[in-house]
Design a protein around this ligand. Structure first.
Ligand code: CAA
Length: 380
């Protein structure tokens, strides 16, 4: 795709992410997936290079970049290692963004700065065993006990669950007020009563760590609440709007990574006396992949632009995630098909990308939730 509409800086960020991914993420990506091994060293380097707090202002240790640069970097990282991309995406969009926008000065100095520098990792804790899509049905409680909240409950499928040091936990304080009674609290690893539960064994993004979390009478100081009393659900929803642009970027990377591999392989592999890219059956697949990826990229960059312009981006973010995640799934399935038997074995990467693609249709709002969000926006 032409990139004349990108600034010099955006292109430089994209190229730096591409170079980093090739140099540091590609070696070992198959083993990390196989062994479900968290990329500690690589994430540390991503912090040093400024990828963990890209949009945070420099005064809090961030890169002060725009959402377009963030999407471009995520695409490049996800092309090679979708697990590293989700670790990065959660830290940037779901933890740093909300802390900078709604946190107090004290919270920003104490938590945002090390998170943005990548010195520590953050996790966003909304989902529960019985509250996934139906996020207002929070069972975790944060009882107001004067100068602290007493936190009790269980969170499920939390990205960075085991490795994070800072957790943004959504919990119900006033059940009678429904979603307007929910708060968001900053919980630190090591607080008494907080335990990291079992690590999930996953289909894809296997080197990211996904855990359940248990809170048993955890005393969280009042100053760790973000925003006004009862702001927690709104916090989660507005944070997820931006998160969905990040996941669209990740999905885009999974799609374009598998497409590039399929394109290359189709020029090398011969059947019936010619390169398989000379067969129309393969050409049609490549044409569809390329077209769908460009459509998803344009929609995702459009959502990023709208966000940076300060306009309402709820609809655009949901559309970008809906389309990009579908394109990731479709493209990776076809990339495996182009590779034939080689596509089904580990060393050719496309089977991993196909497994990684599926989660982009599930987390940060399933495709069905995105359709609900889009319908509400276009009908309002
Ligand atoms: N942006 C801003 N505000 C929003 C919003 C959005 N996208 N969606 C809903 N809200 C607000 C509404 O305006 C409403 O506020 P008011 O009462 O002040 O008007 C409030 O939230 C409640 O909304 P609804 O009445 O529409 O509630 P609902 O129950 O009918 O629907 C929902 C809400 C849209 C379905 C919501 O529950 C939702 O988005 N669910 C999906 C949750 C999700 O994305 N989970 C992902 C888990 S995090 C994750 O995956 C992270 C990871 O580790 C990778």
């Amino acid at each position: 795709m032409y990139d004349f509409f990108l600034t010099e800086e955006q292109r430089a960020v994209r190229d730096a992410a591409r170079e980093f991914a090739q140099r540091e993420l590609l070696p070992g990506v198959i083993e990390r997936d196989k062994e479900e091994k968290f990329p500690h060293e690589q994430v540390k380097m991503m912090g040093e290079l400024g990828f963990m707090g890209m949009m945070v202002s420099p005064q809090y240790g961030g890169g002060g970049m725009d959402t377009t640069s963030y999407v471009l970097a995520l695409e490049e990282i996800a092309k090679i290692d979708a697990s590293a991309a989700v670790i990065m995406s959660v830290n940037n969009s779901l933890v740093c963004w909300g802390l900078e926008k709604y946190g107090t000065e004290e919270q920003k100095r104490k938590y945002l700065t090390p998170l943005a520098k990548g010195e520590i990792l953050g996790a966003f804790c909304l989902s529960e065993p019985e509250a996934g899509s139906d996020a207002t049905s929070q069972k975790t409680t944060a009882e107001d006990c004067g100068d602290y909240y007493l936190l009790n409950g269980v969170k499920n499928w939390i990205t960075n669950g085991g490795t994070a040091s800072v957790y943004l936990v959504i919990a119900q304080t006033y059940p009678e007020k429904k979603h307007k009674g929910i708060n968001v609290l900053i919980v630190e690893k090591g607080m008494e009563g907080f335990a990291v539960g079992k690590k999930e064994e996953k289909l894809g993004i296997r080197s990211s760590d996904t855990h359940s979390l248990m809170f048993n009478n955890v005393k969280v100081p009042k100053e760790n609440r973000i925003g006004e009393d009862g702001f927690g659900f709104k916090f989660a929803m507005t944070t997820l709007n931006g998160g969905r642009i990040g996941i669209a970027g990740q999905a885009l990377g999974i799609a374009s990574g598998s497409y590039e591999l399929a394109l290359k392989y189709s020029k090398e592999r011969k059947s019936f006396g010619k390169a398989i890219c000379e067969h129309q059956a393969i050409q049609f697949k490549l044409s569809e992949m390329a077209t769908n990826i460009n459509a998803a990229r344009l929609l995702t960059l459009h959502a990023a632009k709208i966000k940076d312009a300060g306009l309402d981006y709820v609809n655009e973010a949901a559309q970008a995630k809906l389309l990009a995640s579908q394109v990731a799934m479709d493209t990776t399935i076809e990339a495996v098909q182009v590779h034939g038997g080689y596509g089904y074995v580990r060393e050719f990467h496309v089977e991993r990308l196909m497994r990684d693609a599926k989660i982009t249709q599930i987390y940060e709002g399933t495709s069905e939730i995105q359709k609900i969000v889009i319908a509400r926006e276009i009908l309002k």
